[in-house]
Design a protein around this ligand. Structure first.
Ligand code: DDH
Length: 290
């Protein structure tokens, strides 16, 4: 009887809210980075999805192939084992959820709990196999320029406005010398989701950092913030900069566009017949207190 009940288990919105809540409880950690796993959860959700290639229909969030070598060892994924290991705590409690659903929900939860916009999210990804893993080189290389950024994101099916909106996720988190080689946070509040990335990019003066590490920029005023070469093209490229300016001036516009484009990112590579429901808007922990 018990076994039968388990096989027939069809999770509801309430079940996914429980998973969300558990993920939210794992975010805070005094001994990790700036005190939150949120930024690295967002990066995991993005790297699990951003391997998509619209021509071949391969890659994307469906199969969670970052669980397997060599994808787990790709240079771009350095450090994401931290997020995968932490999310195992949640997987243990809800073994029925697929890794693709867990990792993408992790990104949604991290953004909402960091005061970001609501991100519609729906379940339906399935676990694939090592043979489904994507080749190295599908994720962007921070040392390159606007052409490279366009090639990578056009391959996923995004336009210039969507590219600029997506990279605003760099309001969160930091670069780690032992992961990417780059060093430092983009904003003064790396655990709060905001339009600060664009504000700083647009309003501050940025100069090349003098150091032995990879080429990156620092803010002239405090020398504590950083920008990657690929971030900087968002104010130098003629097409990109109009959106950067808009998002620097209008946080609501950024939140609205980010919500739509992050949802689109997390759904890349999932066949539509696999979706188990319409998108949910899950509640933050704060909203559930009332
Ligand atoms: Fe990013 N990102 N990212 N990024 N990213 C890094 C960290 C974080 C690029 C390079 C880097 C997006 C786009 C790009 C986040 C989210 C998103 C790091 C530092 C590098 C390097 C890694 C480390 O050392 O730990 C490049 C290049 C691009 C590009 O588009 C050209 C996008 C689209 C997102 C997204 O989420 C939508 C987040 C969050 C982090 C912070 C992680 C952390 O641990 O903190």
């Amino acid at each position: 009887q018990a076994v039968k009940a388990k096989t027939n288990f069809v999770p509801t919105k309430e079940d996914y809210q429980k998973v969300y809540n558990k993920i939210a409880e794992t975010l805070e950690a005094d001994d990790y980075d700036d005190g939150s796993y949120g930024p690295v959860y967002v990066r995991l959700a993005w790297h699990a999805s951003g391997t998509y290639d619209k021509e071949t229909g391969t890659g994307g969030s469906n199969y969670a192939t970052m669980r397997f070598e060599p994808e787990s060892l790709h240079g771009a994924n350095a450090g994401l084992d931290t997020a995968r290991t932490k999310l195992e705590e949640v997987k243990k409690l809800f073994p029925w959820i697929s890794y693709g659903d867990l990792w993408t929900l992790g990104g949604v939860c991290a953004i909402q709990e960091a005061s970001g916009p609501k991100i519609p999210w729906r379940p339906g990804r399935i676990d694939g196999f090592a043979k489904d893993a994507t080749p190295d080189g599908r994720l962007p290389d921070a040392a390159q320029g606007a052409d490279h950024v366009r090639n990578i994101f056009y391959r996923m099916g995004f336009n210039d406005q969507e590219i600029v909106a997506l990279i605003g996720a760099h309001a969160l988190g930091r670069c780690h010398p032992n992961r990417s080689g780059f060093d430092g946070p983009w904003t003064f509040s790396p655990t709060t989701f905001s339009n600060a990335f664009y504000e700083l990019l647009w309003n501050e003066k940025w100069t090349w950092k003098k150091w032995s590490g990879p080429k990156q920029l620092e803010d002239k005023k405090t020398k504590t913030l950083m920008m990657l070469p690929t971030d900087y093209v968002l104010v130098t490229d003629r097409s990109f900069k109009q959106y950067t300016k808009k998002y620097a001036q209008d946080e609501q516009a950024f939140f609205k566009d980010f919500s739509a484009v992050f949802n689109k990112l997390l759904e890349l590579g999932v066949p539509s017949q696999q979706w188990a429901s319409e998108p949910y808007e899950l509640k933050t922990l704060e909203e559930q207190k009332a």
